[in-house]
Design a protein around this ligand. Structure first.
Ligand SMILES: CC(C)(COP(=O)(O)OP(=O)(O)OC[C@H]1O[C@@H](n2cnc3c(N)ncnc32)[C@H](O)[C@@H]1OP(=O)(O)O)[C@@H](O)C(=O)NCCC(=O)NCCSC(=O)C[C@H](O)C(=O)O
Ligand code: MG
Length: 274
């Protein structure tokens, strides 16, 4: 059974033109595979990448969710990609560089698949509350590389300059009732830095993280999956609660804490943590 989007911890991008990566993804412990037709694919490979993406989702990715990131409106590929994906078995369409709710609605009305909108510009950021509520919206992704460039954050800077954007997108997603995922971490051999960024994303309220390399998956799964101690505590809390304000293991709990514990247990069950 495929998981619900908001339970996904690790969402792995790969160029749809890379047959080896597609094959490899079928054996990786990620929760979503995102076949990219946009920036990871050169113009002269867009058509073959589209055909490969449709064939790959038809073959399936087991219990993993499958998504395809299309090119934006105004490019020569957008229309054909939507037509091809409408008839495909893809779970989600990822739409890059979204700046209006209408862009999401336009893709949904043709493809009839839920759309994950990437927020990766100042205009997209300001429109994020409306985008998250657009007809057909299923979730939001941070596009932190494009956003850094648009905000003129110097290359190599930490995420200080992104903090308002990260928090605003989480708030917009929650107000719109859709899932929300942190941007990619570009350094390929820096597990410590990745772990720090995953933990930061988790603390900010993101549901999981978009990734670019297989060696990032377990780090994200650990950071966003509840650990066994937290699940055990949540079970004790649900068991102990009788309603209203009460003492539980040295702190006050009320109805919202019970609901939060139940959400954590549901997430643990979805991702297979006991
Ligand atoms: C970044 C890479 C180009 C690095 O490639 P490479 O150096 O060739 O990787 P390795 O040699 O370390 O690969 C080891 C094995 O793993 C497989 N592999 C590598 N990456 C992936 C992947 N993403 N999915 C599945 N499998 C992968 C290799 O095939 C090797 O396998 P084996 O043959 O068994 O040894 C490359 O990792 C890559 O292309 N990553 C994804 C890039 C991508 O999709 N980019 C688009 C998303 S980023 C984004 O959205 C930015 C956003 O828009 C923003 O603005 O922020
Ligand atoms: Mg981008």
């Amino acid at each position: 059974m495929t998981m619900q989007l908001h339970h996904a911890r690790s969402l792995l991008f790969l160029p749809a033109s890379n047959a080896r990566a597609i094959e490899k993804a079928r054996g990786l412990p990620c929760d979503m595979v995102i076949l990219d037709l946009e920036d990871a694919v050169p113009d002269d490979k867009k058509v073959e990448a589209r055909e490969a993406a449709v064939a790959a989702v038809a073959e399936g990715f087991g219990s993993r969710l499958a998504a395809v990131r299309i090119n934006v409106a105004g490019t020569p590929w957008y229309g054909d990609e939507m037509v091809a994906l409408k008839k495909s078995a893809v779970d989600y369409i990822v739409l890059p560089k979204v700046e209006t709710a209408e862009q999401v609605k336009a893709v949904f009305s043709v493809c009839q698949k839920p759309v994950i909108a990437m927020i990766e510009s100042p205009a997209g950021l300001l429109a994020a509350p409306a985008i998250a509520k657009a007809e057909g919206a299923g979730g939001l992704f941070m596009g932190t590389n494009d956003l850094r460039r648009e905000l003129r954050i110097p290359a190599g800077a930490d995420r200080t300059g992104l903090s308002l954007a990260l928090q605003s997108v989480v708030v917009a997603a929650r107000a719109g009732g859709v899932a929300v995922f942190d941007g990619v971490y570009n350094r390929l051999d820096d597990a410590e830095g990745l772990e720090r960024e995953c933990r930061e994303g988790h603390m900010l309220g993101f549901d999981g993280k978009t990734l670019i390399h297989p060696n990032q998956i377990l780090v994200a799964n650990r950071a966003f999956g509840p650990d066994a101690d937290a699940v055990a505590e949540a079970r004790r809390l649900v068991e102990a609660a009788t309603g209203g304000a009460e003492r539980f293991e040295g702190r006050m709990i009320e109805a919202m804490h019970v609901a939060q514990a139940q959400d954590l247990i549901a997430r643990a069950e979805a991702v297979g943590v006991q």
